[in-house]
Design a protein around this ligand. Structure first.
Ligand code: R5P
Length: 303
């Protein structure tokens, strides 16, 4: 294995510590502070010339700040002569901005990728990006990980129920829900959702049979919780026996609550939360870093 160093940004230190523990080596020393005027100061306090550098930074809770911090760390590593720089970004902010509408919006997802590439990343590791079309925005190799097997393992252990249906809460999660349904030997359904505003969604109709079934609602992001709650309500009205929500990323802006409509949440730790995580991505990231260090340059791939 060649020499490599894992640095952590300040967005999710506990995940970085866990990954470092998995790898059996300490995190690289660095110093990060805010100047009084709000700008970010970064120092990488290791000898990194000629080394493989991994920088773990999730972009949630304060995404703009953590993006800049990551860009500065990448720039510092590049200028210090790192052999290869890998940004490990468990939650990639702005990924929902992967297309333009008639509202004269930016192509935010593409811009985020361009910023990272301009700063000097040689490859990026991301987890369950909002859409696979975003892969086309990357010129450098992208290692696009999926948490699906983690959820499948967990469900098979804890909810070994036979009469299940996997429901997509909107059109965007159809592929994910269909694949999961196949892997869980369950049927498939979907909700027709309309978003009125950033904070309000309406679940208009439910397609598929949920009566007397255990429903697994799958989504990539839980932000206000509106999407999952609206879909869950519709499933309950359709006669669902139980509703379990499976969500990858939780940049929650409201507290996560198991309420009348949702029996249980399974959420990963791609973003720091004040709750006990249900599904950990530590091993997934640790194994991926090991593989990347072993194989050297890797083509874009889905692990
Ligand atoms: C939308 O396309 C995403 O896949 C999620 O459904 C959405 O971001 C969830 O947001 P919220 O929890 O605010 O409804």
């Amino acid at each position: 294995m060649s020499a490599y160093i894992l640095f952590s940004g300040s967005s999710h230190p506990s995940l970085a510590e866990e990954v470092a523990k998995f790898l059996g080596k300490p995190l690289g020393k660095r110093f990060i502070e805010l100047f009084p005027d709000g700008e970010t100061k970064v120092e990488l306090q290791e000898d990194i010339r000629g080394k493989d550098v991994f920088i773990l930074q999730t972009m949630a809770k304060d995404p703009d700040h953590f993006l800049v911090e990551l860009l500065l760390m990448v720039d510092a590593a590049k200028r210090e002569g790192a052999k290869k720089i890998t940004a490990v970004v468990p939650y990639f902010a702005y990924a929902r901005g992967d297309h333009r509408t008639e509202k004269k919006e930016p192509l935010s997802a593409k811009l985020m990728v361009s910023l990272l590439e301009t700063a000097g990343v040689d490859q990026v590791v991301a987890i369950d990006l909002h859409s696979s079309q975003m892969e086309g925005f990357f010129s450098v190799p992208l290692i696009h990980l999926t948490t699906r097997p983690l959820f499948v393992d967990r469900i098979k252990k804890e909810w070994p129920k036979k009469n299940a249906v996997v429901v997509s809460p909107d059109i965007g999660r159809i592929e994910m829900a269909k694949t999961l349904a196949k892997e869980l030997d369950a049927s498939f359904g979907m909700v027709v959702k309309e978003r009125e505003s950033a904070k309000k969604v309406i679940a208009k109709a439910l397609m598929g049979e949920v009566r007397e079934k255990d429903v697994f609602l799958v989504d990539d992001i839980l932000s206000t919780g509106e999407t999952i709650r609206a879909a869950s309500k519709l499933c309950r009205e359709g006669g669902a026996k139980s509703v379990v929500a499976l969500v990858v990323h939780g940049p929650l802006v409201t507290p996560l609550l198991e309420d009348d409509t949702i029996d249980k949440f399974f959420l990963t730790n791609t973003i720091a939360q004040n709750i006990s995580y249900e599904v950990s991505v530590t091993g997934l990231l640790g194994k991926t870093i090991c593989q990347l260090v072993d194989v050297g340059n890797s083509p874009s791939k889905k692990l």
